[in-house]
Design a protein around this ligand. Structure first.
Ligand SMILES: [Zn+2]
Length: 212
């Protein structure tokens, strides 16, 4: 059985059991809508129920879609690799494939690479910076809504771990952005002039990061 939701066709897998009292809707890999219900529930009632809960079904579908995508592709420094799972406990990058050990904690691996790359780039951007600024310290963590944060009081720059998936020019832009906050705490015109002074391509890069 299939259903059309917003012009997309989805497969519905139904499991009916005498012992199941309620109807549950879930989404499985590949965007299959999985329904468990009682033997007496009619198929048209299932369709009706899915339609009535369209909003939450769409939410589940897009969540699963993201999950499927991260199980298929591996991103590193702006490059996209096809994931091949292995029994090794390592991540090895080929030209287009990423060989990833099943037991590997990918975020831990990203963090390890980021610690080296981000600190090198922060140091380099600091050295090249057009004005005198205090030497910043670095924190790396996963953030959901920002690429970077600058604590002007403690001179601490926090970079989003997700930047490890992006090209290095994005990392440098975010670093210059945060370093500029050591002079202007706001996003005033002067601030952006200072960003441009250090990162002339910043407008293009911001656009790239928003579209990504
Ligand atoms: Zn800012």
């Amino acid at each position: 059985m299939t259903i059309n939701i917003d012009d997309n066709r989805y497969e519905i897998e139904i499991v009916k059991k005498k012992t199941t009292r309620n109807t549950y809707i879930r989404v499985k890999p590949g965007g299959v809508i999985y329904v468990t219900t009682n033997t007496r529930t009619r198929d048209k009632d299932i369709i009706k129920l899915i339609e009535e809960n369209k909003k939450s079904v769409i939410k589940m579908l897009s969540k699963q879609d993201k999950k499927d995508e991260s199980n298929t592709y591996f991103w590193y420094l702006g490059n996209k690799y096809d994931i091949v799972y292995t029994n090794d406990s390592a991540i090895v990058l080929g030209s287009s494939k990423a060989f990833i050990g099943r037991s590997i904690d990918i975020d831990k691996w990203y963090k390890k690479q980021a610690e080296k790359i981000f600190s090198e780039h922060l140091e380099n951007c600091y050295k090249l910076y057009s004005r005198n600024i205090p030497h910043p310290t670095l924190t790396i963590r996963k953030m959901t809504s920002r690429w970077g944060v600058c604590n002007t009081r403690s001179k601490r720059v926090t970079l989003n771990l997700e930047l490890i998936k992006m090209p290095l020019f994005c990392l440098d832009y975010v670093i210059y952005h945060e370093l500029s906050h050591l002079i202007y705490a706001n996003h005033s015109k002067d601030f952006w002039t200072l960003v441009e002074e250090n990162c002339p391509e910043y407008k293009k890069i911001r656009k790239y990061m928003k579209e990504d």
